[in-house]
Structure formats: structure tokens, C-alpha cells
Design a protein around this ligand. Structure first.
Ligand SMILES: Nc1nc2c(c(=O)[nH]1)N[C@H]1C(S)=C(S)[C@@H](COP(=O)(O)O)O[C@H]1N2
Ligand SMILES: [Mo]
Length: 439
């Protein structure tokens, strides 16, 4: 193939411009396609090698540079390139009975940096996503307060706002693997995890407006969805960093994330971050509702259950390589992963290539924020040798991510929640990656 002449290029552009001026997008697309087909035919005639030949490769001028693209507001709310349409939330069908009380996992194997885009934040609902009219939504604060209050969304948005980058994780993350490895994908072993910039008002500020009475030691937060999901939260957490948020990553909350209002308890079990927040009651003790008795407790080996295990302990996982991101060729490789802790900041991450016998420090890259995802990196070479790849994070409180053996020793294998043990990927000589457990 030869590079098209300037005359040919001008002709193509003029043709495209004529199509555009007809203001008929479908017609434009159809013409675009037939032009492409024509170009491909020329290409295959001129190419000796056939199938993999693309007329878009150098030294040719690619097709997209020889015609005009679509204009502004072809798509008023933008979306990713259709070449990225495999990057989506996914469910594990056998995990839950119905989609209205289910969970979808974020494709963390495909994400970069530490922010989860809004369309890819994991979702967990107990009774589906309600469609709430913000004009008719109210937040009520009552109980042991001097002045019970009812806020409109407009009232709430008049308060000085704060924006903070925080992770949110369902404590069931990894919970399918207490007894052995069974999920052959990072999205399913660790995808109940997201990190956004959340905007709203500290709950402390709203409670100061209402005036907490001295006996007020706990609050109950309740959602407006069909589940009326509720959790008891100790007042110390509220005074520390609990937020009432209405926006995520710069835009109003997605319906899936609690539009128009949710609670955010940074670093704590995702289920305490009540979505579609409608009611805060102040009391002198916890309420012992369904989601803190029958559910979201940790069954120990001796049959007793731990309750109110709020904090998401320090955890980490290697996101590349992983089952979805095999190693493609020998040579230089950047091993990357995510670390997080509900206790504050990540202090460091170590990487092991031999299943935890030897450890080397990884680098933390980019922002290292309180209760936010933190990305780590380790640059090395791979020459086809098998690896038992692990990451071990530790946080600023000195807490070190446990081994699976240590966790099982403390907790048995009856639990669902809070499985934050060191994870192992087995890298095979082909570069493929398997989910295994090392004890
Ligand atoms: N009102 C209400 N709030 C809720 C839930 C719910 O079903 N209803 N699910 C909880 C659970 S179990 C989790 S893990 C988080 C998930 O938040 P996300 O869907 O924004 O990721 O929301 C919590 N808040
Ligand atoms: Mo959850």
C-alpha cells in the first residue's frame, strides 16, 4: 500500500464533510462503513500476508485520519470507547438468588490509578435501586437531640462542603475463599471494592445543628429503599469522619450508589454506609437490627459470633499480573497492585515471588491517602520461571496483613466477612496466572 496522496485525502475529507452536512448520522455511518470495506479490499489485494494486514498501520495513514469524526453532543453524556466495552461490572450468578438483592464486582483488573469511575463502582443492594425524586427526599434527625430536624436536599447543599477520596469495600470481599480458592478472576476475588472522591457534609456538623444530648452515644442510620437497611454506629466514629454525601467523582451520586444522599463511614464495612439515607436517630445504645445480628457478624470456629466488626483491616492484592492479565512475554515487567486499610494510611507493601519465603519492598506510587486505595509497583524481569506471587501490606498503625494460616488460626473457616489474608497468584511458565492458596 502507498500513502494516499494529498488529493485523495482531500477527496475523502470532502466526501465525509458532504455526508456530515446532510446531518444524517446513520447515513454517514453507512457510508463510512462502505468506504472502510472498500479500503480493506484494496488492502487485502495488495497484502501478501492476508488476514492480519490492516490498512490502518504504518506507513499508511489510518482511516480515522482520512475522514471527519462525529461532532459535539452526538452523545450528550459521554461514554468510554466501544473498544473498552469488556470493562464492566460483573456478577457471580450462583452467589445470590435475585438481582435486586445481589452484588456486582468492579473490574479492578482494568483500572488505573486509585479512582473508580462512577459507572464501574461495585454495587450492592438488598432490595434493588429505588428511583428517588430529590425534591421529595428528606433527611430526618431525631431521638436524643435538642432540636429534631428535617433537611431538604437544598438545605444540605447549603452547608460548607468537603470532598474526600475514600475507598468503600463490602466485608464479603474475598469471602468465597475461606475454605479454598474458587474464583478464577481478580474481579471476583477482590472486586467488591471501589474508591471515589465523595462530596458532602460531615454528619457531625448536622448533629451539632440538632444538638446531641449527653446520653446520645450511638446513631441509627436508615435507608429509604425497600430494604430500609439500617446500622447502628457509635458516636465516636461520627465525631471522627462520617460524612453525609451527595456527590461522587464530581457529579451527583449514581442511583446505584444512593442518589440523592448516602452515609459514608470511611474505612468501615460497606454496609454501614447506608445509601438513600432518610433517617438518623440518636440513642444511648445500639439497636441490634437485622444487619448487625443475623447478618454482618463473624461466625468463629467455636460457634460464637463476633459482632460490630466495623473496620476493614489492611489488605492488598496484585492487579497485574492476575488471571485476567497474564504475562504476555519475557523481559521487563511492572508488577502493580492495590493496598488499603480502614485504619488510616498504607505505610508499605512487600512483594514475594516464592509464596512468602522471601520478601522485597514495593514502591507506593501516586497519592497515599487516609482510607483510600493506594497503588504499589515493583519493577522486575520475568524469564518464564514459575512464580508464587504475593503482596503483603502494612499500615501506619503497624498492623500487618496476615497470612491465610494466621487468619484461619484466629477465625476458623466459618466466616464470610473480613477475609483480608495475603493472596497468591501462581504465574505459570506460559505466563498464565492461576488463583491458588499457600498455607
Ligand atoms: N439503604 C441501603 N444502603 C446500603 C445497602 C442497601 O442494600 N440499602 N447495601 C449496603 C452494602 S452491603 C454495601 S457493601 C454498600 C455498597 O455500596 P455501593 O453499592 O455504593 O458500592 O452499601 C450499603 N448500603
Ligand atoms: Mo456489603
Amino acid at each position: 500500500m502507498t500513502i494516499p496522496s494529498t488529493k485523495e485525502l482531500l477527496q475523502t475529507m470532502q466526501e465525509a464533510a458532504e455526508n456530515l452536512s446532510k446531518n444524517d448520522r446513520r447515513d454517514f455511518l453507512r457510508k463510512g462503513v462502505s468506504y472502510l470495506a472498500g479500503a480493506a479490499a484494496v488492502g487485502s489485494a495488495g497484502a501478501a500476508s492476508g488476514a492480519s494486514f490492516s490498512t490502518n498501520l504504518p506507513p499508511n495513514e489510518p482511516i480515522w485520519g482520512r475522514q471527519l469524526g462525529s461532532g459535539v453532543v452526538a452523545n450528550p453524556y459521554g461514554e468510554p470507547s466501544h473498544f473498552e466495552e469488556h470493562v464492566v461490572r460483573r456478577t457471580v450468578p450462583w452467589l445470590t438468588a435475585e438481582s435486586i438483592s445481589s452484588i456486582s464486582m468492579s473490574p479492578i483488573q482494568n483500572l488505573q490509578g486509585i479512582i473508580t469511575p462512577n459507572g464501574l463502582v461495585f454495587e450492592r443492594y438488598h432490595a434493588g435501586v429505588p428511583s428517588i425524586n430529590p425534591d421529595e427526599h428528606r433527611l430526618m434527625i431525631h431521638g436524643l437531640v435538642d432540636n429534631p430536624l428535617i433537611f431538604t436536599m437544598e438545605d444540605l447543599m447549603r452547608f460548607p462542603s468537603v470532598s474526600e477520596i475514600k475507598f468503600i469495600e463490602c466485608p464479603a470481599n474475598g469471602g468465597m475463599e475461606w475454605r479454598g480458592p474458587q474464583m478464577e478472576a481478580l474481579q471476583f476475588t477482590h472486586g467488591m471494592l471501589s474508591c471515589c472522591e465523595w462530596t458532602g457534609v460531615p454528619l457531625k456538623v448536622l448533629l451539632e445543628e440538632a444538638g446531641i444530648q449527653p446520653e446520645g452515644k450511638w446513631i441509627l442510620a436508615e435507608g429509604a429503599d425497600g430494604a430500609h437497611m439500617s446500622r447502628s454506629i457509635p458516636i465516636e466514629k461520627i465525631l471522627d469522619d462520617t460524612l453525609v454525601v451527595y456527590a461522587q467523582n464530581g457529579e451527583m451520586l449514581r442511583p446505584e450508589q444512593g442518589y440523592p444522599l448516602r452515609l459514608l463511614n470511611p474505612g468501615w464495612e460497606g454496609n454501614t454506609s447506608i445509601k438513600w439515607l432518610r433517617r438518623i436517630e440518636v440513642g444511648d445504645m445500639p439497636w441490634h437490627h437485622r444487619e448487625e445480628t443475623s447478618k454482618y457478624t463473624d461466625l468463629m470456629a467455636d460457634g460464637r459470633a463476633r459482632r460490630f466488626t466495623f473496620v476493614q483491616e489492611c489488605n492488598s492484592v496484585i492487579t497485574s499480573p492476575c488471571p485476567e492479565n497474564p504475562i504476555k512475554k519475557p523481559g521487563f515487567i511492572e508488577i502493580e497492585g492495590l493496598a488499603w486499610t480502614g485504619r488510616g494510611k498504607i505505610k508499605g507493601v512487600d512483594v514475594s515471588f516464592d509464596g512468602g519465603v522471601n520478601w522485597q519492598p514495593a514502591q507506593l506510587k501516586g497519592l497515599v491517602l487516609d482510607k483510600a486505595l493506594t497503588r504499589f509497583s515493583f519493577q522486575t524481569k520475568w524469564s518464564g520461571q514459575p512464580w508464587l506471587l504475593q503482596s503483603r501490606a502494612y499500615d501506619e498503625t503497624g498492623y500487618v496483613q496476615p497470612t491465610l494460616a494466621q487468619l484461619r488460626e484466629q477465625r476458623g473457616v466459618n466466616s464470610i466477612y473480613h477475609k483480608n489474608s495475603i493472596h497468591t497468584w501462581q504465574v505459570q511458565p506460559t505466563g498464565e496466572v492461576k488463583n491458588v492458596q499457600v498455607t
